[in-house]
Ligand binder design. Structure first.
Ligand SMILES: Cc1cc2nc3c(=O)[nH]c(=O)nc-3n(C[C@H](O)[C@H](O)[C@H](O)COP(=O)(O)O)c2cc1C
Ligand code: SF4
Ligand code: SF4
Length: 403
């Protein structure tokens, strides 16, 4: 028998932590049904609004960042909330809950005033939704109407709006999706906790401008000769999301859902280790399809078994005690770079990095093999980071004598 991947988040039981993030992947019941059939544990339907809210999309709305030969290491979108209003989402929720009673069907909402937020909650509850996520966090979505990250960047607005939503709910957990675009994300998460909401989802996309077309001089995505700032997602934002999830989980006792750059089971395990109880994915699905769930589930199960753990619960937060203030890091270690000359392909990359970005500790011999001068090496780690051969350069942690 494999490891148990089921997990509770904000009082809701998920058969596995893998959930479609509110996005184009979850914009209608037919897509979500296909994702459920593939094995996803839950879905947050794309953010919806009351019928009178006007949503005018501009196309193209996506532009990817390529690096070396890798496509879409990051993605900019200028999408807005769904064009499908609450009436259609109510129908989707009813249909999905009927067909998939054991899957988590969640909805994401956005309002421009109290009455709208509360109406959305009441109608979704009546439709049978399992959880409601509130987007206080889209970096480009309708700030002129006081929506999106305008709310999530202000602790008072966050607390006030989350209270409205919570007030309107009678049975369904309320999760607030926050933005990383703040100086102190724990201050926002504390405001969420004070409001009485049931969980935090971190992070929404990071405000960005992905690049400029050097021929037309128009930034991407080019919408009829003009562009605008958008939201950045995908593997490139994972370090920001990991930091935010860890900061919140360390500081506040509130269930945390993670989203931002999760592509593989390894990413998933990292977010769980840093305190997440739910894992939401968008860009990796948009690029590779719903079937990535098979690798996510299999990989995480095998990892748990290898670690001798019987359930995913056991991973949650395990790495948090290993994060401390910089001042509390040991000064007793003197790492030294050790190069495996058997696997070295003599590319010079470590030599150049140490020469111009390190401590001039690497020299090349007559065969162009690199050698480390242990007296000069401070163990900064740059050479190990740039070497193209896996495990060819490692840092030996050496405890200094007498410390
Ligand atoms: C095209 C696109 C549309 C999105 N729409 C929404 C949305 O309607 N509501 C929302 O809360 N987040 C939205 N997001 C953000 C995702 O839910 C997710 O938080 C973010 O993309 C980070 O996860 P990822 O790196 O797996 O994509 C959108 C993201 C993309 C790329
Ligand atoms: S660890 Fe830093 S100082 Fe030491 S060899 Fe590598 S780049 Fe140079
Ligand atoms: S970067 Fe790695 S492969 Fe290249 S010379 Fe240095 S040790 Fe050898």
């Amino acid at each position: 028998m494999g490891a148990d991947l089921s997990i509770q988040f904000a009082g809701v039981q998920f058969e596995n932590p893998f959930t479609l993030a509110a996005s184009p992947c979850s914009d209608n019941a037919e897509m979500v049904a296909r994702a459920f059939d593939a094995g996803w544990g839950g879905a947050i339907l794309k953010t919806t609004s009351v019928e009178e809210e006007v949503v005018e999309l501009a196309y193209p709305m996506m532009a990817g960042l390529d690096y070396d030969d890798k496509r879409v290491i990051g993605l900019q979108n200028i999408d807005l909330i769904s064009e499908r209003h609450i009436d259609q989402v109510e129908r989707d929720v009813r249909a999905l809950k009927k067909e998939y009673p054991h899957k988590v069907v969640a909805a994401s909402i956005m309002g421009s005033k109290k009455e709208h937020w509360q109406e959305l909650v009441r109608r979704l509850e009546a439709a049978g939704v399992d959880l409601i996520e509130c987007s206080f966090s889209c970096p480009h979505g309708m700030p002129e109407r006081g929506m999106g990250s305008t709310i999530g960047q202000d602790a008072q607005l966050t607390e006030r709006t989350a209270r409205w939503v919570k007030e309107a709910s009678s049975r369904v957990p309320i999760v607030i999706k926050v933005t990383p675009l703040v100086a102190d994300i724990t201050a926002i998460a504390r405001a969420v906790k004070r409001s009485g909401a049931d969980g935090v989802c971190a992070i929404n996309t990071v405000k960005c401008l992905i690049g400029v077309d050097l021929d037309s001089l128009v930034p991407y995505p080019n919408v009829g000769g003009k562009s605008t700032y958008g939201g950045y997602s995908g593997p490139a934002v994972k370090p920001i999301a990991l930091r935010c999830v860890a900061e919140i989980a360390k500081a506040i006792d509130i269930p945390v859902a993670a989203t931002g750059g999760i592509c593989t089971w390894r990413d998933a395990a990292e977010f769980l280790l840093l305190g997440a109880r739910n894992l939401q994915i968008c860009t990796a699905v948009m690029k590779n399809g719903f079937r990535i769930i098979e690798d996510l589930v299999d990989g995480l199960s095998v990892y748990l078994e290898e670690k001798g753990m019987s359930s995913v619960e056991e991973l949650v937060g395990k790495s948090l005690p290993n994060i401390v203030e910089h001042s509390r890091l040991s000064r007793a270690y003197k790492p030294v770079s050790v190069i495996n000359l058997e696997t070295c392909v003599k590319c010079d990359v470590c030599y150049i990095a140490c020469l111009d970005g390190g401590h001039q500790a690497i020299s090349l011999d007559e065969k162009r093999l690199p050698h480390v001068d242990e007296e000069k090496c401070v163990g900064c780690g740059m050479c190990a980071s740039v070497c193209p051969v896996w495990d060819c350069v490692r840092l030996d942690q050496r405890q200094e004598a007498g410390i």
